[in-house]
Write a protein that binds this ligand. Structure first.
Ligand SMILES: [Zn+2]
Length: 467
């Protein structure tokens, strides 16, 4: 199946995005697409100083030439993450109050507003956002548009994340990285001339974000196996049927070859469409991403710089591939089901363990809240382990068909120019080991570590990685 067919099939099931144009020079189509999607509306091009130079200014000129009333808002701050403060800033941009937006941008001691009160009555007098930039700008525009009951147009400048087309925005709010529910953009215009010329570290980051769907898919298979989150075929097939192909040529991606970068971007976009179809990030992330979220929450820096989403996800992905290597060494047909049930802690015990694990974190109650949602009782453990014992050979084969070995994934990352050792993002093996209990407990989503806890083989998965 060719790219056009794959995209057409994905668009048919994606609930929010109606237009996806990808190719060399497609930025020229932006004004016409805007007119079709937002007739009679005023545009505001949102960019940072880098993306303004590579594409934003050109887009603003194209809009002006096409006779579309257009303002611009260029974020001057040199380093910014997707923090709630900047959502408030873009909320002001939608309203056309650029002075208020600048005041928020420049306010170092800004007090976060209440996220639940950030919704406004839709109005044709609002600006429609035209996001020109990478993942952060897109996520800010996605959530702010939702706050005002409208959609937006996005022009990605790098194949750095899968968030351009995803349902939801990943924003840091009250010290925690959270996924806010909001629709994907109605239109995505991916100009491969721009995207292939992006800094190489951004493309490498996108490669790693796509590769994360390999272990994430395996964890979805596990959640499906225990009846926690059934695989939704529509969402699964959009990306997983082609994932191996999209990841097959990391050297060409690293070289900035336009076709290879277009393939990578398509893979990332299909991942977002899969999330739209599922109305959840389950198709795109599991423990591989949680390491990254923890580093974000702790403001992790290396050589003075925040590390990109994809760079952090690279190390999370490799870690999970190593976990699966260990899982496949176990013979789970030998599990003593009644011993697992006997040893299984009560909800209260698990809640107090979660409080201890998160005691020194910026979100001390997070683990408590999540384990309260996903805790299963002894009967549940008996059911899951009975099934695991009986069906392990078939499940193992299925998982092995999905996940890559650590050695294979590490070689792919090395060729793609992505991080392939913890030290490449300034973390140590000891730090990663310490993060495991938080990773297990920080989402209500069932993961491979939950399975291991219930089956009494958690230490057998984790300890060998650091021996
Ligand atoms: Zn991601």
């Amino acid at each position: 199946m060719g790219s056009k067919e794959r995209i057409a099939r994905a668009l048919a099931v994606s609930t929010d995005t109606k237009v996806f144009e990808m190719g060399q020079g497609t930025a020229a189509m932006a004004p016409e697409v805007f007119r079709q999607c937002f007739p009679g509306r005023k545009a505001v091009v949102v960019a940072d100083t880098n993306t303004w130079a590579v594409l934003g200014e050109k887009v603003a000129e194209l809009f002006a030439k096409a006779g579309i009333p257009t303002d611009t808002y260029v974020i001057q701050k040199q380093e910014f993450h997707a923090d709630w403060k900047y959502v408030e800033m873009v909320d002001m941009v939608v309203k056309g109050d650029y002075a208020a937006a600048k005041a928020i941008e420049n306010d170092a001691d800004h007090q976060e507003s209440d996220a639940s009160k950030a919704f406004y009555e839709p109005s044709d007098s609002y600006n429609v956002l035209v996001s020109v930039g990478s993942g952060v700008i897109n996520d800010l525009c996605k959530l702010s548009s939702h706050h005002h009951g409208q959609s937006y147009l996005t022009l990605p400048t790098a194949a750095s994340v899968d968030g351009y087309s995803s349902f939801g925005a990943s924003i840091s709010y009250r010290n925690a990285k959270q996924t806010f529910t909001c629709p994907a953009p109605v239109a995505i215009i991916a100009d491969i001339d721009v995207i292939a010329a992006a800094p190489k570290h951004m493309t490498a980051a996108g490669y790693a974000d796509l590769a994360a769907k390999v272990p994430a898919g395996a964890e979805w298979i596990i959640a499906d196996f225990v009846d926690s989150e059934p695989i939704q075929p529509e969402a699964w097939h959009i990306l997983q049927d082609y994932l191996d192909d999209f990841l097959a040529d990391p050297a060409a991606v690293a070289a900035g070859d336009p076709q290879a970068v277009a393939d990578l971007f398509e893979g990332l976009t299909l991942s977002g469409f899969a999330m739209q179809a599922a109305r959840s990030s389950r198709p795109a992330s599991c423990c591989d991403h949680l390491f990254s979220h923890l580093w974000d929450m702790n403001g992790h820096r290396y050589q003075g710089r925040l590390q990109s989403h994809g760079y952090q996800v690279a190390i999370g992905t490799l870690t999970m591939c190593a976990v699966f290597d260990e899982l496949f060494k176990l013979d789970l047909t030998q599990i003593d089901v009644e011993a697992c049930v006997e040893a299984w802690p009560s909800l209260e015990q698990e809640q107090s363990r979660a409080r201890e694990v998160f005691a020194d974190s910026p979100t001390p109650e997070l683990g408590f809240e999540m384990i309260s949602q996903k805790y299963g009782d002894k009967e549940q453990v008996r059911k899951e382990m009975t099934r695991l014992k009986a069906e392990w050979p078939a499940l193992k084969e299925k998982l092995q068909g999905q996940v890559y070995t650590f050695a294979k994934m590490q070689e792919l990352f090395r060729m793609a120019g992505a991080p392939y050792e913890p030290e490449h993002i300034g973390v140590t093996y000891a730090q990663i080991k310490q993060m495991f209990p938080m990773v297990q407990l920080m989402r209500a989503r069932y993961n491979v570590l939950d399975l291991a806890k219930r089956g009494g083989f958690y230490d057998a998965l984790v300890e060998p990685l650091f021996a």
